[in-house]
Design a protein around this ligand. Structure first.
Ligand code: FPP
Ligand code: MG
Length: 295
């Protein structure tokens, strides 16, 4: 099924009639397609299923193309980023092509599904603005962090899961709750992996978040447990972290046992997600396998 989704995306892109778009898109690298995996677990069969998955994956790619410009990222999915290779203008326009073509195809689906997806893109764009605003200075506000990742990361999961439920003729509310909590758990995991995994596993440099100006949960929890002079040091390193500063952060994470604390937050949101869809064994299985990534 995943191969069929990849092929459908390629068909959609051929319809754009641009060799430049096809060329740049071929260098994007394959994502994990986790939203499609969730959709397929919720709705294994429907004539518009492959289209729906392709639309969601194209919106996800569009958001990452724009995000890499915003973050000035050099790598994505273990490849050079499109902005790095072709410049910011092309990366932004390629994102616009993905986004616009996905929305063109979305108009062919049920209005309720189209509204869900359009609403989620509004939320994820709002979340990205909050993220950029928050990057001006380090903050240690857990509620603010959760609010940002709810918009930035969980919103498209909500649309994917609730949309799949609508396609399957199920009540979307439980799947909405699942997507929201799963999306938050998944992003916290992603932010944890940033400090625990080497670049070979991440497909991008380790400790990128702090360097890019992201106050993620591991740093927030650490800050809350540091004495005032070390708090000041952590703040001074924000967006300004050289090798020495990152080694210091890594040591502090160990000393204060931050990884298991972050994992408690992941477990909480994963539990809320699984509670919402109790008994849906196919989705429980996929969700558990996606959340149990490398440590
Ligand atoms: C990655 O965050 C970014 C997102 C999940 C959302 C980005 C959203 C936009 C740019 C809004 C525009 C949307 C469209 C559809 C055109 P990150 O930087 O924390 O993660 P990373 O480490 O994977 O870069
Ligand atoms: Mg980014």
């Amino acid at each position: 099924m995943l191969e069929q989704i990849v092929q459908r995306i390629q068909q959609f892109l051929v319809q754009v009639q641009s060799v430049d778009v096809e060329h740049m898109a071929s260098l994007l690298g394959q994502g994990k397609m986790l939203r499609s995996k969730l959709i397929l677990a919720i709705c294994p069969e429907h004539p518009q299923l492959i289209d729906f998955c392709a639309i969601i994956e194209m919106i996800q790619s569009a958001s990452l193309l724009h995000d890499d410009v915003i973050d000035n990222a050099q790598t994505r999915r273990a490849h050079d980023s499109i902005n790095h290779t072709f410049g910011n203008q092309n990366a932004i326009m390629l994102g616009d092509v993905f986004y616009a073509k996905a929305f063109l195809e979305l108009t062919k689906l049920d209005t309720k599904i189209a509204q869900l997806v359009a609403h989620s893109v509004m939320e994820l764009s709002r979340g990205e603005i909050k993220d950029v605003m928050a990057s001006n200075a380090f903050h240690s506000d857990t509620a603010r962090y959760i609010d940002i990742i709810r918009d930035k990361s969980a919103s498209l999961m909500v649309a994917s899961c609730a949309g799949a439920a609508l396609l399957a003729g199920l009540d979307p509310r439980d799947y909405h709750t699942f997507g929201l909590n799963f999306g938050i758990a998944f992003q916290i995991m992603d932010d944890l992996l940033d400090i625990t995994q080497p670049k070979e596993v991440l497909g991008k440099p380790a400790f990128s978040d702090f360097k890019e100006g992201k106050s993620t949960l591991p740093y927030i929890l650490l800050y809350q447990q540091l004495d005032p002079s070390n708090q000041a040091h952590l703040q001074a390193c924000f967006k300004n972290a050289d090798e020495q500063a990152l080694t210091w952060c890594a040591e502090q994470f160990k000393t204060h046992d931050i990884v298991p604390q972050v994992f408690e937050h992941i477990k909480h949101y994963a539990h809320c997600a699984l509670q919402a869809i109790k008994g849906h064994s196919a989705l429980e299985k996929v969700a558990s396998s996606l959340i149990k990534r490398e440590f």
